[in-house]
Design a protein around this ligand. Structure first.
Ligand code: BGC
Length: 262
């Protein structure tokens, strides 16, 4: 890893965004580069966007990547808003092979949460912190006393008989032409359920809608304090870089352990 710098990539339902990140202070070291998510968003098509991004930054070295689905050991277990061809694929391997640099993938909301806990609204917060990303889907991540619980997927709890993200994601707001007030009242119902289920101490709202807090925060009525992500939509890129470094170190440790056992 050069000078604590990792390339962070955030794969979303509508755009793939990236920038080199200094993982010591969370600062992006170049203007972020965005490429629209290809359609269909198959592993081959997305892998070629990853390669385009690597070429754009002339990147050599470690890459961390946030992906909108459940990721276990680099393998995609769900992909709600991307092509179903992702299911059971080892994304770490696909991207590493495509761009020739080491890539480690984690859930995109987990990545955003890591960034907010280290550099943003969650710094030093004890107890139960819930971060939700509001975009094409609804991402969720939970930290208890700063410790991440991965792949929570609370965007898919049932609300009003339907999948929550179809009821109250940013994509649902746009598709159903909802006013901010109408949408916020739906989102409030959603957060009220999560607040009840998790006994939250702080709720952080990230993703594309995080810049528009003034439009919907006044309509939310919860017992828990609610704030928008301090890193706004860049939390996904910064957190992907952090997660990349963490996974890289973990893989190195595992290799060492295996060697020792032989
Ligand atoms: C996915 C999550 C993801 C979220 C935000 C949901 O549809 O199931 O894994 O974090 O969208 O992208």
């Amino acid at each position: 890893m050069k000078n604590n710098t990792v390339l962070g990539i955030d794969i979303g339902g509508s755009g793939i965004k990236a920038a080199p990140v200094n993982i010591k202070d969370g600062k992006m070291l170049a203007e972020r580069h965005r490429i629209p998510t290809p359609s269909p968003a198959t592993p081959e098509n997305v892998a070629s966007v990853i390669t385009e991004i690597v070429d754009h930054f002339k990147w050599k070295g470690l890459i961390g990547c946030g992906f909108p689905g459940v990721i276990q050991n680099g393998v995609a277990k769900t992909a709600w808003n991307l092509d179903k061809a992702w299911l059971s694929t080892n994304i770490d391997k696909i991207f590493t092979k495509a761009c020739g640099e080491p890539v480690f993938v984690v859930n995109d909301a987990d990545a955003a949460g890591l960034a907010e806990m280290k550099f943003g609204a969650g710094v030093g917060v004890r107890g139960l912190v819930l971060l939700c990303t509001i975009g094409t889907g609804i991402g969720s991540v939970v930290f208890n006393n700063g410790i991440l619980v991965p792949n929570t997927e609370f965007g898919h709890i049932e609300i009003k008989g339907m999948d929550a993200e179809l009821y109250t994601s940013d994509a649902a707001r746009k598709a159903q032409n909802l006013s901010w007030e109408k949408w916020a009242l739906r989102f409030n119902e959603y957060l009220t359920q999560l607040e009840f289920l998790l006994s939250t101490d702080l709720i952080i709202l990230g993703g594309g809608a995080s810049k528009k807090g003034d439009k919907f925060l006044p309509y939310l009525d919860l017992k828990t304090k609610v704030v928008t992500a301090e890193l706004e939509n860049n939390a996904g890129i910064v957190g992907a870089a952090l997660a990349g470094q963490y996974q890289y170190k973990l893989a190195k440790k595992e290799r060492k352990l295996k060697k020792g056992k032989k």
